[in-house]
Design a protein around this ligand. Structure first.
Ligand SMILES: [Zn+2]
Length: 155
């Protein structure tokens, strides 16, 4: 099965970039540094093409950086990228929807939101009928985050 071959290739590539030499320990060395929606399809570290939802991973011990598709990150590394992509897709379809807590925290950590914007977003997540003023603020924040989520975005 090509899926097994892809899994093997992914684990070997990650191990090669890690301090540990076994998968169980190697995968714990990595944190989610960035998530991007690619404009052009790219190839996952496992060899799978095409991927659009890209996760940038950073090794905490040797500072290595690599990029892996969201599916592999969710399946094999267990990092919260999938929740972020699901939220981003929802907001892309309807910019009046709220981002989820994982995405708000991620955006704040990246410096894309002020502390006020983070608190406002967290406080209004479950508000189904925000005031017009709150809705306008939510849309403004959403647009900013969507811009930053594109590879090379923010400019
Ligand atoms: Zn993959």
């Amino acid at each position: 099965m090509t899926e097994n071959r892809n899994e093997y290739r992914l684990t070997q590539e990650i191990i090669a970039l890690s301090r540990a030499s076994d998968w169980d320990r190697a995968k714990l060395e990595w944190i989610l540094e960035g998530v991007y929606m690619a404009d052009e399809p790219e190839t996952c570290l496992c060899g799978h093409f095409p991927i659009i939802e890209i996760c940038g991973l950073r090794n905490l011990y040797n500072d290595n950086y690599t990029e892996v598709g969201n599916v592999c990150v969710k399946k094999f590394l267990g990092l919260p990228s999938d929740k972020i992509f699901r939220s981003v897709k929802k907001v892309r379809k309807d910019e009046e929807k709220s981002l989820n807590a994982e995405t708000i925290q991620y955006a704040y950590n990246k410096g894309w939101m002020s502390i006020w914007e983070r608190d406002f977003s967290m406080d209004t997540i479950r508000k189904l009928k925000p005031s017009l003023k709150q809705l306008a603020k939510r849309v403004e924040i959403n647009r900013k985050i969507m811009r930053n989520m594109r590879r090379g975005g923010g400019n």
